[in-house]
Design a protein around this ligand. Structure first.
Ligand code: PEP
Length: 251
């Protein structure tokens, strides 16, 4: 999208221990060697790695994010992590409403919206994920699902500075399957139009990422689609060579 600097974001999910910090270091070096001229880079890592990752990436242009946050700032919520805690550990961003959270933890749009607001309260950028399941796609409901999720998950106070939207067709996540370029274009145009209804002209500046089986070999094709302003990368973000290979799509 004209005027939008693309973002290549990684999502490590429930992967990574101290043994993975070498990959992180390599990704940092890769972006320092010049990839950052064309794209911004972000890695969302397990909370257990944030502090060490922040030290490793401090001298690089790569930013850090959490993968989820609780809606509250603190309190009796055993095992949960607040946006304030992520910020304190070195994050600038947080993913909310990933389909794995929606499925595994029963998160609905209202929960996701509350988490986005929590991210802003803590000074984080919220990456709000939307996307249809295989069954929804087969029944022709893709665009109506996206409308419902944008309506329910995106707070009215969203801006291009505090929110990124990620379109992640659930059936394309971790499966090696990807939508056609035409399907991606339709979904992203639809998301942009729904955001415009909600946010007015601000919608033209909001980054809308594509996510779902992005890898170096399909990155150029997927990331050059109209209204695609970067990628959210799962599996391929775990290996520095793959993640850097995806970012090279913008060179
Ligand atoms: C994701 O879960 O955000 C994702 C896009 O995963 P993958 O790249 O592995 O499909």
């Amino acid at each position: 999208t004209p005027g939008i600097r693309p973002l290549v974001a990684g999502n490590w999910k429930m992967n990574g221990t101290s043994a993975s910090l070498g990959e992180l270091r390599e990704i940092g070096h890769g972006f320092m060697r010049g990839l950052d001229a064309d794209t911004e880079a972000l890695l969302c890592v397990p909370a257990t790695l944030l502090t060490r990752a922040a030290e490793i990436l401090a001298s690089t242009p790569v930013r850090l994010g959490g993968e989820d946050c609780h809606a509250k700032a603190s309190g009796a919520h055993t095992g949960d992590i607040s946006a304030e805690m992520l910020k304190d550990a070195g994050a600038s961003h947080v993913i909310v409403g990933h389909s794995e959270r929606r499925t595994d933890h029963g998160e609905d749009d209202a929960t996701v919206r509350a988490k986005a607001e929590a991210a802003w309260r803590a000074g984080l950028v919220a990456i709000i994920c939307v996307g249809e399941t295989q069954a929804e796609r087969e029944s022709g409901a893709t665009l109506s699902v996206l409308s419902r999720q944008i309506e329910g998950s995106v707070p009215a106070s969203a801006t291009a500075a505090n929110m990124i939207v990620a379109y992640e067709p659930v059936w394309a996540i971790g499966t090696g399957l990807t939508p056609t370029v035409d399907d991606v274009a339709k979904a992203h145009a639809h998301i942009r139009a729904r955001l415009a209804e909600k946010l007015g002209s601000e919608a033209g500046k909001v980054r809308v990422l594509y996510g779902g089986s992005v890898k170096p070999s399909n990155a150029v094709e997927l990331l050059s689609v109209e209204n695609v302003d970067g990628a959210l990368v799962g599996g391929a973000s775990l290996k520095a060579a793959d993640f850097l290979g995806i970012a090279e799509a913008y060179q």
